[in-house]
Design a protein around this ligand. Sequence first.
Ligand code: NAD
Length: 415
Amino acid sequence: MSLFENTLKQIRKASELMKLAGNIEEVLSHPERVIEVSIPILMDNGKLRIFQGFRVQHNSIRGPYKGGVRYHPKVDMDEVKALSTWMTMKCAVVDIPLGGAKGGIVVDPKELSARELEQLTREYTLAISPFIGPEMDIPAPDVYTNPQIMAWMMDEYSKIKGRNVPGVVTGKAVEIGGSLGRDSATSQGGVYVLEEYLKSIGKEAAGLTVVVQGFGNAGSHVARLLHDLGMKVIALSDSKSGLYCPDGLLPEKAITCKAEKGKVGECAPEGQKCEIITNEALLELECDILILSALENQLTEENAAKVQAKTILELANGPITPEADEILKGMGVDILPDILSNAGGVTVSYFELVQNQMNYYWSLEEVLAKLKPIMTRAWRTVKDNASKYDCTYREAAFITALKRLEAAIKMRRGE
Ligand code: NAD
């Protein structure tokens, strides 16, 4: 199954519903630039290994390219193209002046020493350096990349340019020009959307049960934030296993435990009845809200019908295939889609870039005061489009993005 094809299907569907004019769909079906690099690294055992790296710059009609870099053994060009396209859509949904890009390296970073990882990151940065920069393309963290990796990228790029260029990447530590609130921004943005959605259906947040798939950056922060709102987090998972505690978990404790033990499955609270479950079983648990914050293609035509959640919040990119989408729609499950729900990450990345360019930094309160209205406005526009076109929130989110992209393309190129 091609992930990029799935993305194009989503665009096609929205384009049909809104009767998108002219060649806009065609333009957006092709990335503007595709870069593939070979990265030779001398490994600790003295052997040379060549790694494959990608950067896809999908569209820059609304602003410089923006998107994360993923380190994962399953990264390929098709996936990076899909992720870059979603970035274009996402920035348009929240109406920030950026385009879409994505990068990746085919690697399991857990198998590399710190020196090898640093070397790989620096060589990748060097290889793509002619094509990135604060006004051209700004990478950020994604799966298995983090503030340390961003620090190496910024340092390498600054060396190449002969001056300090903090705005070349976002998701940096605050000590070197990162923004306060960036670490939890993806989850916080998703929580703002979820709160607005719950208001719109007349439900209270307190007491709702939550299951979280993926306990990394996005998953751990969302579990913590929802627990703070009075929701009951009953299950968590990472790539190794899942943990189901029907009486509820304390996310803060699970975060500390996962950092120590490396596996969320080993983090059962003492004296509580908990069960270690598979990732497959976790997706099928009875709950009010299922949060998908791991990887793409988690709900497919194979397992979608077994979902018992009433609402799904997508913090991961592309966790539900178009076939599963149809099944869930038929079951009446509301899906708060990735290009809306996880856009808080890129929004605070945009704030980080702005702060870097001004060399003037905001307090956490200021960051959150700017993030919240952007997310709630985006939700309202998506909700209005869902009513107007009588469609799902995903279709409405794509329609929202396509309208803004269409306006920009028409104004600049007359297409
Ligand atoms: P991360 O590397 O911090 O965490 C990924 C987590 O997923 C880890 O806990 C890992 O163990 C788990 N995982 C991997 N495979 C799994 C599987 N098959 N089943 C269950 N868990 C599994 O990454 P992240 O930054 O939290 O990103 C997660 C998702 O959110 C990705 O799809 C990413 O593109 C998306 N996203 C992240 C951000 C961000 O700011 N970090 C922004 C937008 C979207």
